[in-house]
Design a protein around this ligand. Structure first.
Ligand code: GDG
Length: 440
């Protein structure tokens, strides 16, 4: 079988501190199945990056990493990727900024990725490029003479043309996508949005899933570990409501904290009888919008706890910490309510992990934003509009009061949906479609 070459912005070489994020887990699962080469940025900044990648092999996977300069990082990563494309693609146009220099930096880094990947390629490779950082990569590779199949998967939403048009070089970006044999998106809605800009691209919806049995096993095993037991002891028998999100404005945390405050106002009987634990590891914290959101959340936490806490009760526990994945799955299993309310999300794997982590005999209820890709599969969740504080507050009450038989019925339906489109289905489905598209 031909070799799989995955390309993503950041690379997780095992035993290096891994940044939390759904993409790395998905790529790793695909690579573990077939072996192959994974190419991307090491996360290091250097004044004079070496002209060839650093190569490390672990088992069946070879990792090839390059470093970037500070100027690349500022223009390509902080600028164009995370201050231009990220907010625009999430329809958060207030946060969208554009600078021509950032765009040049984006193009230059994509060119360098292509030049450094080229000597590593073999004639029978299949190349799978991941996410918004690398949209121009196929065009660059093709211009260097690469003829192997190249597929692209976008982990975040794709905006409708009427939003995409805010981006000055939007037409160029759409033309970049035409150089791929296949462009994969999370949902059919994203696929339709892309089609509003580009009719000539071969597209498909490949919703990313999770390794259901692995999460079930992780969550069950974590219940016996010290960190999970300590957390449960600290609840003193109170029900737990949980959120786990990278600290990102797209995750709707400010709105969520406001909805919780409203809930405590309107449901005085629940005061002292519920603990909301929000885990939000810092991400991209050198970008101003992220620093702002962090400050807003600290203030909101202080307001809620200052107003409602009692000598023996803190309503909101807000942690900017990273936990091992297994520990997180144990926390999810211990919760009666999962709160996943992004303002927009490509998929949202935490919602899926919450479902899989539950004890089927007494499952918790999931509150899920209608604006997350996952809402299209998880219709057993309590679906909310994250901007509607009243409905989120009512959903919290409904989730807490939901009878066991209803929780079980919803959980069974959602678990079946997760199994029918799991992580393996995602990568095998994409790669099969890529081969078929390349043959045509
Ligand atoms: C992007 C898209 C799409 C979280 N905190 C920690 C930690 N996590 C893990 C979660 C989950 C993953 O990270 C987060 O995935 P999400 O899907 O929720 O969100 P993004 O990072 O924004 O991912 C998203 C995804 O790509 C995949 O295509 O679903 O829409 O935005 O697995 O459990 N993991 C560890 N420590 C943490 O503190 N180890």
């Amino acid at each position: 079988m031909s070799r799989l070459v995955c390309v993503s912005n950041r690379i997780t070489v095992p035993r290096r501190a891994a940044a939390p994020g759904g993409l790395a887990v998905g790529v790793l699962a695909a690579m573990r199945d077939t072996g192959g080469l994974w190419f991307g940025w090491s996360g290091e900044l250097e004044a004079n990056p070496p002209p060839t990648p650093e190569i490390v092999t672990r088992g069946e996977i070879t990792y090839a990493t390059i470093s970037l300069t500070q100027a690349d990082y500022d223009r390509y990563y902080r600028g164009f990727c995370n201050t231009t494309l990220w907010p625009l693609f999430h329809y958060l146009t207030d946060r969208f900024r554009y600078d021509h220099e950032w765009h040049l930096g984006y193009r230059a880094v994509n060119r360098r990725f292509a030049e450094q990947l080229l000597p590593l390629l073999r004639p029978d490779d299949r190349i799978w490029v991941h996410d918004y950082h690398l949209i121009p990569l196929a065009r660059e590779l093709r211009s260097l003479g690469v003829t192997q199949p190249i597929g692209f998967f976008l982990h975040i939403p794709f905006p409708h043309l009427e939003v995409l048009r805010l981006l000055p070089p939007y037409a160029e970006l759409v033309r970049d996508l035409e150089h791929y044999d296949l462009v994969g998106l999370q949902t059919e809605a994203d696929e339709q949005s892309l089609r509003s800009s580009a009719a000539r691209i071969t597209t498909g919806a490949f919703p990313i899933g999770i390794d259901v049995d692995a999460v079930i096993a992780e969550a069950a095993a974590a219940m016996r570990t010290e960190p999970v037991r300590r957390m449960i002891t600290g609840l003193i028998g109170r029900p737990l409501m949980i959120g786990v999100d990278r600290l990102d404005y797209s995750k709707g945390l400010v709105e969520r904290f406001s909805a919780y405050q409203r809930f405590l106002e309107r449901h005085a009987g629940r005061r002292g009888r519920l603990i909301y634990l929000q885990i939000a590891p810092l991400s991209r914290d050198d970008i101003q919008a992220y620093a702002e959101i962090r400050a807003a959340l600290e203030q909101a936490t202080g307001r809620t706890n200052g107003r409602f806490a009692d000598t023996d009760w803190t309503p909101l526990r807000y942690l900017n910490r990273n936990f091992p994945h297994g520990t997180l799955m144990g926390f999810l299993r211990a919760a009666q309510v999962g709160l996943v309310t992004p303002l927009r999300d490509g998929m949202n794997l935490v919602a899926k992990e919450f479902v899989a982590a539950q004890d089927p005999a007494d499952p918790g209820a999931l509150i899920l934003s209608s604006l997350a890709g996952a809402a299209r599969e998880l219709d057993g969740a309590v679906i909310v509009n994250p901007y509607d504080l009243r409905s989120v507050s009512q959903a919290i009450e409904a989730a807490l009061a939901m009878p066991l038989d209803e929780r079980q019925a919803r959980h069974t339906a959602m678990l079946a949906a997760l199994r029918s489109r799991d992580l393996r289905a995602w990568h095998t489905g994409f790669l099969a479609a890529l081969s078929a598209a390349a043959r045509r």
